[in-house]
Design a protein around this ligand. Structure first.
Ligand code: 5AD
Ligand code: SF4
Length: 503
């Protein structure tokens, strides 16, 4: 029997990569990918918990499937990823038609779990929960009793899971717990299924995060930092290049904390870049995301000296106010961030730097916000991602501080900062006018995909420069996955527009 899979992904590049890995494994196991839930018999949501909004969207999408499940009860609905780890059995309570909840540390079990669920008659199915125990919610009592958040197996010894009681299907649920080190590295072989761009692939350099920023859910849902052995990464990159990838992006929540000791000495990110650089056929090497405290001179020298390494650095600042940075426990001051940026400009003058900012964090005053505005004006980032603070359960900030900046103020600050950043992005794009840039073509632009143009005719294609600038131009679809030269004719804040250079 053919099995049809629909997978919906939200969240960061880690999640996009996880979905690619899951889809590839399932296609290998005989599934066919379909592009609407209506055509699928297995529907998976790979979820994000970083902001409330991302979770709300998933719960509404799940709500919309209730009807489908009623008239096609054999359909399997699964929730994967960060929200699975954070909400665990509470997902069954809010959406009783969900069959399977699998955390990001348990994705390697997914094919077997799906098979198990499929083998049961729909009316007899038990909801399956596969998550890591590490870092899940402590009950109020446990919190008061001082049970540590980064718990051990004793945290839930014999205790009912706090969410269970209200879950109607819980009594017959088959729980499966993973203790302590339950965040297993998910590392199946790479196959070019569902890869967003044929010439570019992501490779995980690190799993998890233990930076402990007070606003952030990631350490709770993705576990502690683990660096993958450099030899394993190099083998994967070689395999991807053999599949036609020209560009590889190394991923980690704080990728510049890469620290592999598997070879008897410490290999840092600069060493990893040096190791990967000679791989024949590899044209571009990038890495995201960087923590400002760990942008070292050695790393910047590697970016400068290794021509395949893109002069592009995403280094979130989050705020320009020391008071707020302290509350966020970022481990750096605004001045330290400025010094880091000065060092970047000094060692790699052509580098494009991008940042993330959170506005309206607990206790942020107008004066604090103005300090963030000053940093954005001073930093002249290529672009910044700006977010309104969203309190996340299980994070230190919700216990430590009140979410006291009104929503309207958060919105206003978000809009104001975005307007300032966009004006800078527009100015920063002007020097590119008339210049020839090399881009890696991703495929039809968003607009062309919407128009669904005739595949044989020239369509609007989109690609990226080494500096991560989006470039749009007209060309034949077969250029997807190739490097081409484009002359830039027009620029707005987010996109460069050009024509293919035939010379
Ligand atoms: N609220 C708003 N934005 C957040 N981010 C992380 N946690 C939160 C939160 N609780 C932002 C940070 C991070 C980016 C991926 O998401 O800016 O760098
Ligand atoms: Fe979202 Fe963070 Fe999970 Fe990525 S790691 S999917 S941003 S919660």
């Amino acid at each position: 029997m053919s099995k049809r899979l629909y997978i919906h992904t939200v969240g960061c590049q880690m999640n996009v990569l996880d979905s690619e890995l899951v889809a590839a494994e399932l296609v290998e196991a005989g599934y066919e990918l379909v592009d609407t839930p209506g055509r699928a018999d297995t529907i998976l949501f790979n979820t994000c918990s970083v902001r409330q909004h991302a979770e709300d969207k998933i719960y509404s999408a799940l709500g919309r499937l209730k009807h489908l499940k009623e008239y096609r009860p054999e359909t399997i609905i699964g929730v994967l990823g960060c929200m699975a780890q954070k909400d665990q059995a509470a997902i069954f309570r809010r959406a009783a038609h969900v069959d399977l909840v699998v955390g990001p540390g348990q994705l390697s079990r997914l094919p077997a779990l799906l098979e198990e669920v499929a083998s049961q008659r729909a009316s007899l199915r038990q909801p399956r929960l596969e998550v890591s125990l590490y870092g899940i919610a402590r009950s109020q009592e446990e919190r008061k009793a001082g049970v540590p958040l980064l718990g051990t197996s004793s945290v839930f010894r014999g205790a009912a899971f706090p969410h269970d009681t209200a879950c109607s299907r819980a009594p017959r649920a088959a729980w499966s717990w993973h203790m302590g080190d339950g965040f297993a590295a998910y590392d199946p072989p790479r196959r070019a299924v569902l890869r967003p761009s044929p010439g570019a692939a992501m490779v995980r350099a690190m799993f998890g995060c233990n930076q402990g920023c007070t606003y952030c859910i990631v350490p709770r849902v993705r576990g502690p930092e683990q660096s993958r052995p450099a030899a394993q990464i190099a083998a994967e990159v070689r395999g991807l290049v053999d599949q036609g990838c020209l560009e590889v992006t190394l991923l980690g929540q704080a990728v510049n904390r890469y620290d592999d000791r598997s070879e008897g000495r410490r290999l840092r990110l600069a060493d990893l870049l040096e190791r990967l650089h000679p791989i024949d056929g590899l044209r571009r090497l990038r890495f995201v995301t960087n923590h400002p405290r760990h942008v070292t001179a050695e790393l910047l020298q590697a970016v400068r000296d290794l021509p395949k390494v893109s002069p592009y650095l995403h280094v979130p600042a989050q705020s320009g106010s020391d008071r707020i940075l302290r509350r966020m426990r970022r481990g750096h001051t605004a001045q330290a961030y400025r010094e880091m940026l000065q060092q970047v400009r000094q060692i790699v003058p052509a580098a494009a730097v991008t940042s993330d900012f959170i506005v309206g964090f607990c206790g942020e005053t107008e004066a604090d916000f103005q300090e963030t505005v000053d940093l954005v004006r001073w930093g002249r980032f290529k672009n910044s991602f700006i977010f309104k603070y969203s309190p996340r359960p299980l994070t230190p900030a919700v216990e430590l501080y009140a979410d006291d900046v009104p929503e309207a103020v958060k919105r206003q600050r978000n809009n104001d900062l975005l307007a300032i950043q966009n004006a800078i992005s527009l100015e920063e794009n002007q020097p590119l006018l008339g210049r020839r840039v090399e881009i890696l073509v991703e495929g039809p632009s968003k607009a062309a995909r919407r128009r669904q143009a005739d595949r044989r005719q020239a369509v609007q294609l989109a690609g990226r420069t080494a500096c991560d600038r989006i470039v749009v131009f007209d060309g034949p679809p077969h250029l997807a996955g190739k490097m081409v030269d484009v002359v830039i004719e027009r620029a707005d804040a987010f996109t460069l527009f050009g024509r293919k250079d035939e010379g």
